[in-house]
Design a protein around this ligand. Structure first.
Ligand SMILES: Nc1ncnc2c1ncn2[C@@H]1O[C@H](COP(=O)(O)OP(=O)(O)O)[C@@H](O)[C@H]1O
Ligand SMILES: [Mg+2]
Length: 624
């Protein structure tokens, strides 16, 4: 139904806007960089003498001489273009056809002082004009004007740099978005992250910067491929540098009804006989600090958010839940806390409890330490016996307090009457099965995380925030670990209890991720981390995107972290930048520790690493 409506809408648009007719010539005159490929007032020219000029398999040497009057206009990181052409004595430069240009970035700027320093020079008579000023260029790609550029939406092709530019040709700064976009392979549309920048200045034109997107083909787009989110996104930055602000802005963009193709899991009652279906995304956010719960509210500065959004193409802004994407806050209830303590007002809050039942599936949750040998075995046996005692099919009747009761009475007798376990092991197991946090966490709400709750939480086209801002310590840890294992298990296993989770494209965002998916030390941690490792590997197949946020990316489990193909780095301490566990693109290593708020380096699959500036205002509420 909706698909038909979409089609009709699209047709109407075409008729009203007159697209679809007379689309023979799009570009005439030629695109900007090729209209004036040999710029008159360029920043400089390619040097040949002194340094050489080389494109090689292993090494490239390209240096430009910056003209004396242009020296203030260039800085390290700037994007420049260099036309490839053959001079023709019989032609004016402006009449020469240039169809190929190099896109490069300035790697370093230096004075050549070798010759001049032999003369007598002091600070008084120093004039930097006397020295040649060189720009060392890092070649990025060759940009070719397509033969049929006049009728193509994308007039350029990007290619590998296989030949050097000619000595003495003029070079200039890149001033056109499409040229830069093509050269760096920046997706044309998708999930907006920020504006391209060089040393905080938006480029190529600060009034009309190139917008940077995460690649996100959906069933609504006319191109296909792997959405970057399903190869996982890591946002890292020191505390207070804007991880949450930036993430809210990014996650806000995922709150759309676009659909992805996904396999229909076995046993899904809604499946019919189909193997595959199209479904809208569910975004589930685990929110330890009660910050994302605010995304159901408009930003403090709505007019600024509106202004920023409207200056860019198709940005979503304002509270989630107004349009066709639902927004709900889920708050786990424990014995010690009440969801009334949440500070987020004005959004619907559903409270729910963690059922002891899930321990039958995940007994490792009851092993926050590392019980050894027989104790571990007895814990597992006890849990199994209890669920046998409850009876198959009645698992949902399991309650932690009854379990303890049963253990202390019936099971103790059974164990005492004859078992392989001696008293000290039985006592050790008993101690480990009775912890304050278990009493606090399990079964503490009228509505447990059951099938109905799962349906609501993981509904397609919904943003669900599971906030634990009202919880603390061991209880919070257990709640988050229980929920996370539950989501991941139901997403990646083949025979799952809740096919709704498996059969819905899902983004799971986790702030403070290093606290939950760290190098595992205990049984419970190993169990959870293993799940995340598998999930990270299977993301593309299962349409499961992990979005991790952390100020200690080096503490995230390495095997999981290696599967994160998109990285967004805000300012990071030098210690982290230099950690062998954190991959930072070489060209940004020095700068990253000095980044300003909103400044970031972003890499995603098949796109050159680039610097971006994020929006100075949060598109939803961010009261921190
Ligand atoms: N690009 C930006 N421009 C202006 N202010 C920002 C920007 N990014 C973050 N902030 C502000 O800085 C503060 C800290 O940001 P936050 O996202 O909470 O940091 P983190 O999550 O990294 O600790 C917040 O008040 C936030 O609104
Ligand atoms: Mg934060």
């Amino acid at each position: 139904m909706t698909d038909n409506i979409d089609d009709i809408d699209a047709e109407l648009d075409e008729i009203e806007n007159g697209t679809g007719t007379n689309k023979d010539i799009i570009h005439n005159p030629p695109p900007e960089p090729f209209k004036n490929p040999l710029p008159e007032n360029s920043i400089g020219h390619i040097a040949a003498a002194v340094t050489g000029l080389k494109i090689g398999r292993e090494e490239n040497i390209i240096n430009g001489v910056i003209h004396p009057n242009e020296r203030d206009r260039v800085q390290v990181g700037d994007y420049v273009r260099v036309p490839y052409y053959i001079p023709d004595k019989n032609k004016e430069d402006s009449d020469i056809d240039v169809t190929v240009q190099l896109l490069a970035s300035i790697e370093s700027l230096m004075y050549n002082t070798e010759l001049e320093d032999q003369r007598y020079t002091t600070a008084d008579n120093f004039g930097s004009e006397q020295y040649q000023y060189f720009a060392n260029l890092n070649p990025i790609s060759l940009i070719k004007l397509k033969d049929d550029w006049q009728t193509e939406i994308e007039p350029f092709d990007g290619d590998f740099v296989s030949t050097p530019p000619r000595p003495t040709v003029r070079m200039d700064k890149v001033v056109e978005n499409e040229f830069l976009r093509c050269g760096l392979d920046v997706p044309r549309e998708g999930i907006y992250v920020g504006d391209m920048s060089v040393n905080r200045n938006r480029v190529p034109d600060s009034n009309d910067p190139l917008e940077y997107y995460l690649f996100n083909p959906t069933t609504d787009t006319d191109y296909s491929g792997e959405p970057s989110i399903f190869r996982h996104v890591l946002v890292a930055g020191s505390t207070g540098t804007g991880k949450t602000h930036t993430s809210k802005n990014i996650l806000r963009q995922f709150a759309q009804r676009s659909k992805y193709k996904i396999d229909v899991p076995h046993g899904d009652p809604a499946s019919g006989n189909r193997q595959e279906r199209k479904r809208a995304l569910n975004v589930t956010i685990i929110d330890p600090e009660e910050e994302y719960a605010e995304m159901g509210q408009d930003p403090e500065n709505m007019s600024r958010a509106k202004e920023l959004a409207e200056a860019r193409s198709g940005l979503e802004y304002g509270k989630i839940g107004d349009g066709d994407v639902d927004f709900k806050i889920f708050a786990p209830t424990t014995g010690d806390s009440r969801t009334q303590e949440l500070k987020t007002k004005g959004s619907e809050v559903i409270d729910f409890g963690i059922p002891f039942e899930i321990v039958s599936q995940y007994p490792e949750l009851m092993m926050p330490n590392d019980p050894h040998g027989p104790t571990r075995q007895l814990i597992l046996e006890t849990i199994r016996s209890y669920f046998r005692h409850i009876g198959q099919g009645n698992e949902s009747d399991a309650r932690y307090e009854e379990f303890v009761n049963w253990f202390d009475t019936e099971y103790m007798v059974e164990l005492a009457q004859g078992s392989q376990y001696n008293e000290s092991i039985i006592n050790a197991a008993a101690r480990r099965l009775k912890r304050g946090e278990y009493y606090d966490v399990f079964d503490k709400s009228q509505s447990l995380l059951d099938e109905k709750m799962v349906k609501d939480m993981f509904e397609p086209g919904k943003v669900s925030v599971i906030t634990t801002g009202h919880l603390t310590g061991g209880s919070e840890q257990l709640v988050i670990q229980a929920i996370a294992s539950h989501i991941v298990e139901n997403k990646i296993s083949s025979d799952v209890k809740f096919p709704q989770i498996k059969g819905t494209p899902l983004v799971l965002a986790l702030d403070e991720a290093h606290e939950y998916v760290n190098e595992p030390e205990t049984t419970r941690e190993r169990f959870i981390v293993n799940k995340f490792r598998r999930a990270a590997r299977r993301g593309r197949k299962d349409k499961f995107g992990l979005y991790f946020i952390s100020q200690n990316p080096e503490d995230i489990d390495g095997e999981a972290r290696n599967q994160f193909n998109t990285k967004i780095y805000l300012q990071l301490d030098r210690r982290v930048v230099e950690s062998p566990d954190v991959y930072v693109p070489r060209e940004y290593k020095n700068q990253l520790p000095q980044f300003d708020k909103g400044q970031m380096v972003v890499t995603q699959p098949d796109v050159n690493p680039v610097e971006l500036m994020g929006l100075d205002t949060c598109l939803t509420r961010h009261s921190k």
